[in-house]
Ligand binder design. Structure first.
Ligand SMILES: O=C1C[C@@H](O)[C@H](O)[C@@H](O)C1=O
Length: 303
């Protein structure tokens, strides 16, 4: 496995600065975020460390030169918009840009990209799955033809405004099973983040036994379910009203059990730390420190 981080936490740094920091701190890889330029559409989103809107083989050469200079790999290109959004403009823009992210990954010779499926929170699960069956097969075919794998992250995008359905269908093993029935392509899999399962009061480790071969990429983010908040608002409340995103090692997840299960499943891909712990976001120094703390927890388990 390779230890890295999701570039979003260094949003105000250039790609070169991100890679220099990663190399200096002994990281193997970085998941490079590729939103279209134009600023955040939400917290931890809207980050453009690599602009792929008009990507060309020459730009790919320049990017590869940067990768070689710092000796830090790109684990994947990441773009987490909402392709099945109820807002047609958002859905169309997300789908169009996804094709560009896939093309850029192919030009860079990368194994994969990461995305959300998206969801229309005003429709039923069955209606959403029918839309997924229409929208996603051509995207996955496009990736397949270019030798790129698509990892879908399991973040439900469930916040007060998107409660109770969320903006990303792919939030549970039951739905992953349906997804892979509809698109069995070997280029279609998961970007597995255990924190989103813990947030839903689920076991973050158990699904690895069934879905191990579908895991293309992982995010290492911890989650703490806060009993005092749960007892106050109940399990029907938006999950982030009763849970707190933490750095790996500072929440409820058993990282040894998680890495152990990934290894048992034959996973040998990236483990990218994703920082959304509000206790470490006030300054660049704090955000960099958060990556060092997380690295110090995970490195001994990865080697
Ligand atoms: O991996 C993720 C992608 C982010 O854009 C999103 O905000 C977050 O919740 C997440 O886990």
């Amino acid at each position: 496995m390779q230890l890295g981080f999701v570039s979003a936490i260094l949003a105000d740094q250039s790609l070169e600065e991100v890679l220099r920091f990663a190399a200096g701190e002994g990281f193997d890889c970085v998941e490079v975020l590729c939103w279209p330029p134009g600023g955040p559409d939400r917290k931890y989103g809207g980050v453009t460390h690599l602009d792929v809107t008009d990507f060309t083989p020459a730009k790919a050469d320049d990017t590869r030169a940067l990768i070689d200079k710092h000796g830090v790999a790109f684990s994947a290109l990441g773009y987490y918009s909402i392709p099945l959004s109820a807002e047609e403009d958002q859905a169309t823009a997300a789908i169009e840009h996804l094709y560009k992210v896939i093309d850029a990954a192919a030009m860079l010779g990368l194994k994969g990209i990461n995305s959300f499926l998206g969801a229309n929170q005003f429709k039923s699960m069955e209606e959403n799955l029918a839309k997924f069956a229409e929208v996603w097969p051509p995207i996955v075919r496009h990736a397949e033809e270019r030798g790129v794998r698509v990892g879908i992250e399991n973040c439900p995008m469930l916040y007060a405004k998107t409660w109770p359905f969320g903006l990303n269908l792919a939030h549970s093993p039951a739905i992953w099973r349906r997804m892979f029935e509809i698109i069995p392509s070997p280029n279609f899999g998961l970007n597995y983040d255990p924190s989103h399962l813990r947030m839903q009061l689920m076991d973050p480790v158990a699904p690895i036994r069934e879905f191990g071969s579908r895991i293309f990429h992982t995010h290492a983010k911890d989650m703490r379910v806060d009993p005092h908040r749960l007892n106050d608002v109940g399990s029907f409340a938006p999950p982030m009203d009763r849970a707190t995103a933490k750095l790996p090692g500072l929440g409820d997840i058993d990282w040894g059990a998680w890495i152990g299960a990934l290894g048992d499943a034959g996973y040998d891909g990236p483990v990218c730390i994703e920082v959304e712990d509000e206790a470490y976001t006030e300054s660049l120094e704090a955000r960099q420190r958060s990556l060092r703390i997380s690295r110090n927890v995970l490195r001994p388990l990865i080697g």
